[in-house]
Design a binder for this molecule. Structure first.
Ligand code: RTP
Ligand code: MG
Length: 138
């Protein structure tokens, strides 16, 4: 899988970080082949984070992800999944490597600015969840 789903989460959009995040994606050499701004409703967010439905943080995560607009993107390039997760940094901004998006811009373990698929299977599920093939410019 050479594609991944990236999301600029509601805190990233609200704090004016769209441009900075897209700049980092382009500087890394990943190609943006799909992009859309939207506000997720509860049903969409719950379906997207279905794997986390039994986690203690699920309810709070859904509240957060539906709290404002997000930017959905499909990124393409060799090893796109790992390269985007490396740019993002660890889930908890306090544990993320210096220089990563989450280390520099994340507020806490929940409000951590960005999302990235974590495997080929999840990338396929997540891209198809939000984009039709005809939405992608390849
Ligand atoms: P993501 O799926 O958003 O790319 O983040 P991730 O793989 O680094 O982390 P994951 O374990 O998949 O968790 C999904 C998102 O849930 C929120 N979270 N809150 N309160 C908590 O302990 C907690 N843990 C995770 C974060 O927004 C995390 O990115
Ligand atoms: Mg995850």
């Amino acid at each position: 899988m050479n594609k991944t789903l990236a999301i600029i989460k509601p805190d990233g959009v609200a704090n004016g970080l769209i441009g900075e995040i897209i700049k980092r994606i382009e500087q890394e050499g990943l190609k943006i082949i799909g992009m859309r701004m939207t506000q997720l409703d509860r049903r969409q967010a719950e379906g997207f984070y279905y794997v986390h439905r039994s986690r203690p943080f699920f309810h709070s995560l859904i509240e957060y992800m539906t709290s404002g607009p997000v930017v959905l993107m499909v990124l393409k390039g060799p090893n796109a999944i790992d390269r985007w997760r490396t740019l993002m940094g660890a889930t908890d901004p306090r544990k993320a490597d210096p220089g990563t998006i989450r280390a520099e811009m994340g507020l806490n373990i929940e409000r951590n600015v960005v999302h990235g698929s974590d495997s080929g299977d999840s990338a396929m599920y997540e891209i198809n969840y939000f984009f039709k093939g005809s939405d992608l410019v390849e």
